[in-house]
Structures are given as structure tokens and as C-alpha cells.
Design a protein around this ligand. Structure first.
Ligand code: FES
Length: 255
């Protein structure tokens, strides 16, 4: 175990533990954006920067990806950290000017809300990569980063309908600024230029998810569990223990 201090609070840490995790353990809050507990480390937004003093050296690192390797002192709110973080907040806010979380950070760090650039109103993606990581984790791999510089964006191959997309919505669920182009209409879902028909519950008829996503999961599921997939989450919960016939209970269909 290693001895560390975080803003003066002493704690012990296993080698390799991320600074962000250790800080949360002792109640020190560090702002984050791209980090998500269900996804691999991304380290793309740099919002979580802190100063680390270790081995006589002092440096700024992204706390969500930086592994603790030796005894060290972590400082999360120095003037240097605040100055660097102000620049990062300003750049993120320029891309997603209406996001409440980023607007709150602007207020907390004294960053002006006026954008420094003329940006098209639809430009709201902060390019954190969470959606791409979620799509990869699903095993679909339908989207990726495309382009360079100011033209960098998340996209399907050639911006066309992606064959491998199953419309599961994992990308939209993890996006921190609600920038994924997904909409629902009468149970059907349109995302990344593709329309998906809804899955219908075999018991109550409610729509839930997409038929393509259900097929995708069914192919990977234990055959003994596949029958459960034909039920919406609510009817699944009402299914009697032992798998007998369950009673259909009316409820509001999802939109
Ligand atoms: S939260 Fe650490 S780099 Fe984004």
C-alpha cells in the first residue's frame, strides 16, 4: 500500500489505483466529463486535471487515468489547476453552450458564457468519445471518430446508415451533453441516419428498445434465458418465479 495525501487528507492507496478513485474515497470531488464507470478509461476531456507531487517532481495529470505508482501528494484546486481547467471548460462550453453542467462549471470557475467563436448552433458534441466506447462495448462498433481538427466528429462509416448499428441507444445513454442524434416516434427509433422498428412485448404489446437490438442480444444469450427477451422489462419483473405463465398487467407503452 502507498501513502498519499489528497488536498492534505491522508489515505492509503493500492498501486495502480486511479487518483480520481482515491479522491472520491476520501470525499474530494473532482469535476469530470468523459469518465464513466461502465466504460474503459478515455482521458479525453482533461477536465479532471490535478497536480501531483511525486519523487520530487510536480506535474499536471488527468486524475481519471493517472495510476498512483508511489507515495505522492495530490492537489486538486491549485491556482495552476484552476487556470488550466478554466481553459478546458471554456473550450468544452464553446462546443456545447447550452449544456447545464458546463454552464454550471463556467459559473463556478468564472468563465464567460459568451462563445469566442462563431459556431453552428447544431454543433453540440464535445468529442469525449463516450458514445464510441459504449458502441464498442456493446459489440456493435457502428460509430467512430472521423475527420481532423475542426472537422473532427463522431460518425458512421461515410456518414451513411451503418449496417452494424442495432439502434440500442447506448451511445445516447452515455453522452454527457445529449448530442447523439436520436429520436423516438411511435415506438420506432431513428439514430445515426437509420430508423429501427420497436420490439413489442409478447405479453402486453408495449414497445421497448428496438427489434434489431433484441435480435443482437438473443444471438448471444443462453437459450434458457431467451424467452425472457420477448417480454418488456415490466412484464419480466411480474413473471412468476419458476418461469410459469405470468399475468399481463396493463401499463403505459413507452413512446
Ligand atoms: S474525466 Fe478525466 S479526462 Fe475526462
Amino acid at each position: 500500500m502507498l501513502n498519499i495525501t489528497i488536498d492534505g487528507i491522508e489515505t492509503r492507496s493500492e498501486k495502480g489505483e486511479r487518483i480520481l478513485t482515491a479522491a472520491a474515497r476520501v470525499g474530494v470531488v473532482i469535476p469530470t466529463l468523459c469518465q464513466h464507470e461502465a466504460l474503459p478509461d478515455l482521458g479525453s476531456c482533461r477536465l479532471c486535471i490535478v497536480e501531483v507531487i511525486e519523487g520530487g517532481r510536480r506535474k499536471v495529470v488527468a486524475s481519471c487515468v493517472y495510476p498512483i505508482q508511489q507515495d505522492c501528494a495530490v492537489l486538486t484546486d491549485t491556482e495552476r489547476v484552476r487556470a488550466d481547467r478554466r481553459v478546458i471548460i471554456s473550450m468544452l462550453h464553446d462546443r456545447a453552450p447550452h449544456d447545464p453542467y458546463l454552464c454550471g462549471l463556467c459559473a463556478a470557475y468564472g468563465v464567460p458564457l459568451e462563445s469566442r467563436y462563431e459556431l453552428p448552433p447544431e454543433l453540440t458534441c464535445v468529442l469525449c468519445g463516450r458514445c464510441v466506447a459504449a458502441c464498442d462495448a456493446m459489440g456493435s462498433g457502428a460509430i467512430d471518430m472521423a475527420g481532423r481538427g475542426t472537422g473532427k466528429r463522431v460518425s458512421t462509416p461515410y456518414d451513411e446508415s451503418a449496417e452494424s448499428c442495432i439502434g440500442c441507444g447506448a451511445c445516447a445513454a452515455v453522452c454527457p451533453v445529449q448530442a447523439v442524434p436520436m429520436r423516438e416516434d411511435g415506438g420506432a427509433r431513428t439514430v445515426w441516419n437509420t430508423r429501427f422498428e420497436p420490439a413489442r412485448c409478447a405479453s402486453c404489446g408495449a414497445s421497448y428498445g428496438t427489434a434489431a437490438a433484441l435480435d443482437f442480444i438473443r444471438r448471444r444469450l443462453d437459450p434458457n434465458l431467451q424467452a425472457l427477451l420477448s417480454l418488456c422489462p415490466r412484464c419480466r419483473r411480474l413473471r412468476p418465479a419458476g418461469g410459469g405463465r405470468h399475468k399481463s398487467v396493463p401499463h403505459r407503452a413507452s413512446k
